[in-house]
Design a protein around this ligand. Sequence first.
Ligand code: KG4
Ligand code: ZN
Length: 413
Amino acid sequence: MKGRLGGLILGIESSCDETAAAVVRAGGEVLSNVVASQIALHTNYGGVVPELASREHLRNIVPVVRAAMASSGVEFGDLDAIAVTEGPGLAGALLVGITYAKALALGLGKPLIAVNHLEGHIHAVLMGESGNREQETGIRESLLALVVSGGHTHLYLAEQASDPTHDDGTVMNGAPGVWAYRNVGRTVDDAAGEAFDKVAKLLGMGYPSGPWMDALAAYGNPRAVEFHFGQIKPRAPRLGIVNKKAPGLPADGPTFDFSFSGIKTAVLRYVQGHEMRERVEARRVALLAALKANPRLKVAEALEIPGLFDAQTLDLIASFQFAVVGNLMRQTFAAAEAFGSRGIVVSGGVSANSELRRRFAEEADRRGLTVAFPTVAMSTDNAAMIAAAAWPKFVAGEFAGEGLVAVPQLRLG
Ligand code: KG4
Ligand code: ZN
């Protein structure tokens, strides 16, 4: 069966610490987008605790889906399909979304669509706010995608099949073709967002700290401390492997990998070598107390607390962020040059970073390339991106069977 056009898709996402549901029309028009974050729960543990995440997803999934349906104004019976994140992610967390989506699809007699979370992040950009992908991004058929989040740092070549056809051979004019991906870069150790979170932790801040690091960096000197990234040994070419899904993409070629555990150790050494440990401990205690008194404490207010963030710490944060963004840029623009990509999309939690957005945009401009980001709200995990990524699959009739299971290590490309 091939899907009809103009479809209403309910997306469900539960791969990590956000339970999310959204209704999106035709892969671009967001009718509702509900995200229940578990951050407050995991903050006390300094990171996501898988067992707690699953329990929380179980608690949240029904009210979150109900809220997404209610605010979309769409009845369950009017949905065309249910889309759910298949992986990668935490096994127990994924299972909650998948089990619920399966039961719902079965009960309603609607098709079920499995979506890779990483493809979802890419579609958070492609969908744009208006739903007009070409106008929003200036990108249509092939592009380079950097997915940079708490769990992932990946570079993909992405290509959209043109002229999707029905089984009977008729061409679906204006319909979106399915996307195919080739992984041309990945982190060999920590993800970039993980580096932000770990460095923040070793400077006395809570989890997750990307937005805090981002805001604090603006008050420091990015050139105060110089961090270096070593060369990463290129991966052995996958000789003879042909990318059948994307015949237009080169089957093989250079890779552009990342490594972020070295800079985390360099920051730790700097802290140890500059007698900053006592200040870090004092900050940890003071910040916890300040956040207890005011859970919505803003960075600007924290900076008013005497002695909480000294100039040396702010310089260190600014220098760390400057180095990480610089490294992401170097690899991404080198890959764009090597593969002749004219359009770049950057997505995932770290793509919310203001310095990253500014510097990527400047460099793209300088090189005559286009770069596009999701809205800040769509940068982090949500279900609208899952429903958007499901749309070309719906059109092509790529449905999941009842045997759909969670794939915690699912790869893209
Ligand atoms: O995409 P996401 O919500 O979840 C994963 O799939 O991992 O990304 C979360 C990550 C966290 O590591 C968080 O610290 C980071 O994104 N993050 C940021 C910013 N906002 C979120 N990192 C740097 N600057 C930001 N503004
Ligand atoms: Zn994510």
